[in-house]
Design a protein around this ligand. Structure first.
Ligand code: GUN
Length: 291
């Protein structure tokens, strides 16, 4: 029987696990606070940000909501970041990506105080992660480590294939799997759009992490018997329903689950974990800044 990994349940465990730390901070007069900054009118980004704010409120984290007109000059975003950096009551800052074309995303990420960079995207935090001394692990790869752990998948000595090389998921995921640490010690291959034969790599893998942003790129023929398959994809494809679209992963779930030993669904797999780990990083940030 294929194990369908329940991301909602594991995310709930992560949130429950934050209770003690939030209480300890509360005893010290500190309430963790996350500022989300949205400079976009993309409906998906708007939804993500409002879900993050709701998550915060549910566990006892203050959510500071900043909306910036997507047509405003980049300076307005920079000034906002400067103000949030200087505000001691704000522990975490998240600028929802992507930002408009006239804003340089590298400038944005570098402007956020690394101590408040709960995404883990600041170059200082990326460097620390690669060096094996992560301050904030990026939320999606960290959430995937927790999913693997919950499914009883020990990564040590395993062949892991990461499909996709984004800064948000693919690269940090590969680095975490490589670390001399729990959830690491794997032999890691990263496939991408220029890989000659991705199927040849994924078929031999014990663990496949699909993070390419291509609907149903990975099917059952590309998965070895009993492998663990983690689907990071959240692709909106046109559909004949009232929303006009449906969410489809990077994995063809129906065929992949025939060969996989364990697999995450979309939705209800990686997505809830990304959100839970953001809360985890925000509580960690509050502890680091008040300790
Ligand atoms: N856009 C898509 N994923 C993310 C994320 O994890 N963090 C931020 N800041 N923006 C995103």
């Amino acid at each position: 029987m294929t194990d369908i990994i329940d991301g909602d349940a594991v995310a709930q465990d992560v949130r429950d696990g934050l209770g003690d730390a939030i209480e300890t901070l509360d005893d010290a007069g500190v309430r963790p606070s996350l500022a989300t900054v949205l400079m976009s009118d993309d409906p998906a980004s708007e939804t993500y940000v409002s879900m993050k704010q709701r998550d915060c409120e549910e566990v006892g984290i203050d959510a500071v909501d900043v909306d910036i007109d997507p047509d405003a000059p980049a300076e307005e975003l920079y000034d906002t970041i400067d103000e949030l950096n200087a505000d001691d009551s704000v522990h975490g800052i998240l600028v929802q990506m992507p930002v408009p074309d006239h804003v340089d995303d590298r400038d944005v990420l570098e402007r956020i105080d690394p101590e408040k960079d709960v995404d883990g995207f600041h170059p200082t935090n990326v460097g620390r992660l690669v060096a094996g001394d992560a301050r904030y692990k990026p939320c999606t790869p960290h959430g995937i480590q927790k999913l693997l752990e919950s499914a009883g998948v020990d990564t040590e000595g395993k062949d892991a294939v990461v499909v996709g090389r984004s800064n948000i998921v693919g690269k940090p995921m590969a680095n975490l799997l490589l670390q001399k640490a729990d959830g690491g010690n794997a032999t890691v291959t990263v496939c991408h759009s220029r890989t000659a034969d991705t199927a040849e790599k994924t078929r031999d893998a014990d663990i496949v992490i699909a993070a390419a942003g291509v609907p149903e790129l990975i099917d059952g023929d590309m998965i070895g018997e009993g492998a663990t398959v983690i689907d990071v994809g959240v692709n909106r494809v046109d559909a004949d329903n009232e929303k006009g679209y449906e969410l489809v992963g990077d994995v063809d779930f129906e065929s992949a689950k025939e060969t996989a030993g364990a697999i995450t669904p979309v939705p209800g797999g990686v997505g809830p974990m990304t959100r839970a780990m953001l809360l985890y990083n925000t509580v960690k940030a509050a502890g680091l800044q008040s300790g």
